[in-house]
Design a protein around this ligand. Structure first.
Ligand code: NAD
Length: 506
């Protein structure tokens, strides 16, 4: 697949900055190698900050016309987009597989989600922002709550789901009447560009959808700009903090942060082990552990610890790691880049230093292609260092670690010891245990007999503590794309009398 970058997208067209031919005029250059085959350069991008001003001006112009359209008119555009992403889903999937390194079968699920998300936004999200009327909210007065778009919104995406996550935020923002500027991860520009091409083909009015490339520096210029009224960020906790630092003086700017996780699963002694094993295997290692919802800690009841861990270990050793598009259905592909690979090995080393035993060691793999291939790894700790780096920080690689427990309260305490709070799950037949977990585990998602990965677009998706700032995405994303206007309506313009005013001289 040839990956031709078309530049930034504003005023309804893709625009290469001048001098792109030899990249000499670029303020930043990004060289993208395929993580599955480093001998293959996918693209080289020049980043030009000069476009920031033009992109914002385009989004302002787009907003002015788009906000005046009815929901029905906006829905028509969304449906045209839906037809186009559906038709181009194989091409998008191939780009995702090559840029991210996720297996093609998995990339296809991300590409398919772009289409289904349109329907969910229209059927499930829209009703949350339709005008509400409260009859006789005061004597002879009706009340209306009106939801108004914010203005130009800036969507910033991570590398691990380059299209799906931004797509959800963009669709909600657009349906609510905002214009958007999307900056994808600098590691996955091409997949994101394909998605923007679909918006272009759908004929959205000029300036409604915009696209800018670059690194954190470019993003920082936009987040700090007063004309940007909403920021929808998905990425790491540290970058989320930087965005807050850059925006906190602009009180009217809505900043919704979807951040990392350090997710736990509790395996109680009454669990059906053969059901829990495949669930957990996928949760720990799919996408090479590069999901915000990947399971990191497995708290297993001491009664079944040996049986469970030995079966899990045996399955882990059967995991096929391979080229995402050339090998037949590997379980997982490579990590995204050299930095991620180094972090993975360093992290496993911290585990050992902090007293965890390595049950399956991480290895650099030779799968026949020069890429960032690593094997999954498993650690075990009877008494983990709850303050240590290994248990506190997000790993973003294919590692999990087991901790045995006797008492459910003890398991919950360990699950809550990290500063993150995105996803958790519990495997048990005991409803009381489930209810206890629901009540006491600090996380935005908590599943029963289902792992931490694989959320639905029809429910809110977001975390607590350092995993987000209480603006969950998915179905509730649209709530953060609007401001509310409360309007009291007195149709009887004869109901107010001067004689009713207290304190007037005769
Ligand atoms: P990252 O934070 O390194 O980068 C995310 C985006 O932020 C990129 O587009 C990057 O260019 C941009 N960025 C960098 N500096 C910036 C700045 N100063 N201001 C504004 N934007 C800036 O994250 P990543 O490595 O691409 O993705 C992995 C992280 O994302 C993990 O922590 C993962 O858990 C998290 N994530 C969270 C969710 C969720 O829904 N909660 C989903 C997917 C990924």
């Amino acid at each position: 697949m040839q990956m031709l970058l078309k530049g930034d997208y504003f005023n309804g067209r893709f625009t290469h900055p001048e001098g792109l031919g030899n990249l000499s005029g670029a303020q930043e250059r990004i060289l993208k190698k395929c993580p599955a085959e480093l001998t293959q350069t996918l693209w080289e991008a020049g980043v030009y900050f000069d476009h920031v001003e033009k992109v914002i001006a385009s989004a302002e112009k787009g907003f002015d016309s788009w906000r005046k359209l009815s929901f029905a008119e906006r829905i028509n555009f969304l449906k045209k987009y839906q037809e186009i992403v559906r038709a181009r889903k194989d091409e998008i999937a191939m780009a995702l597989a090559l840029e991210v390194g996720k297996p093609l079968w998995e990339a296809k699920t991300e590409a398919a989600a772009l289409d289904s998300k349109v329907s969910v936004t229209i059927t499930d999200s829209l009703k949350r922002i339709e005008q509400e009327t409260l009859k006789d909210v005061m004597p002879k007065i009706d009340g209306h709550v009106v939801y108004k778009p914010l203005g130009p919104c800036f969507v910033i995406g991570p590398f691990n789901f380059p299209c799906h996550l931004a797509n959800g935020q963009i669709l909600s923002a657009l349906l609510a009447g905002n214009s958007i500027i999307f900056k994808p991860s600098e590691k996955t520009i091409f997949s994101a560009q394909l998605m923007i091409e679909c918006f272009h083909q759908a004929g959205f009015p000029e300036g409604v959808v915009n696209f800018i490339n670059g690194t954190g520096y470019t993003a920082g210029k936009l987040t700090g700009d007063k004309r940007i009224r909403g920021i929808f960020f998905t990425g790491s906790r540290n970058v989320g903090l930087k965005i807050l630092e850059n925006t906190y003086k602009d009180l009217g700017k809505l900043v919704a942060l979807e951040l990392g996780g350090k997710n736990s699963t509790i395996i109680h002694h009454d669990t059906n082990i053969s059901h829990a094993l495949p669930e957990l295997l996928r949760a720990c290692f799919l996408t090479s552990g590069q999901r915000c919802t990947s399971t990191s800690m497995i708290l297993v009841h001491r009664k079944i610890e040996q049986e469970f861990i030995s079966q899990f270990k045996a399955l882990t050793e059967r995991i096929r790691v391979g080229h995402p598009t050339k090998d037949q259905d590997p379980f997982m592909g490579p990590l995204i880049d050299e930095h991620a690979e180094k972090l993975y090995f360093d992290f496993c080393q911290f585990g050992k230093q902090e007293g965890a035993e390595e049950i399956v060691s991480p290895r650099k793999l030779d799968v026949g292609y020069q890429g960032h291939y690593v094997s999954p790894s498993i650690h075990y700790a009877k008494k983990p260092d709850l303050k240590g780096k290994f248990i506190q920080e997000e790993i973003f690689g294919p590692n999990c670690f087991f901790v045995p427990y006797d008492d459910i309260e003890e398991a919950i305490k360990i699950a809550n010891c990290t500063e993150y709070g995105l996803a958790a799950s519990v495997f048990t037949r005991d409803q009381d245990i489930y209810k206890l977990c629901l009540r006491d585990i600090d996380s935005g998602l908590l599943n029963l007999n289902r792992s931490t990965v694989g959320a639905t677009a029809r429910m809110p998706f977001g975390g607590v503590k350092n995993s987000g700032n209480h603006h969950p995405a998915a179905v509730s994303m649209i709530d953060h794309c609007v401001s509310t206007v409360a309007s009291l309506e007195t149709l009887d313009d004869n109901s107010s009398k001067i004689s009713d005013v207290v304190g007037l001289e005769n």
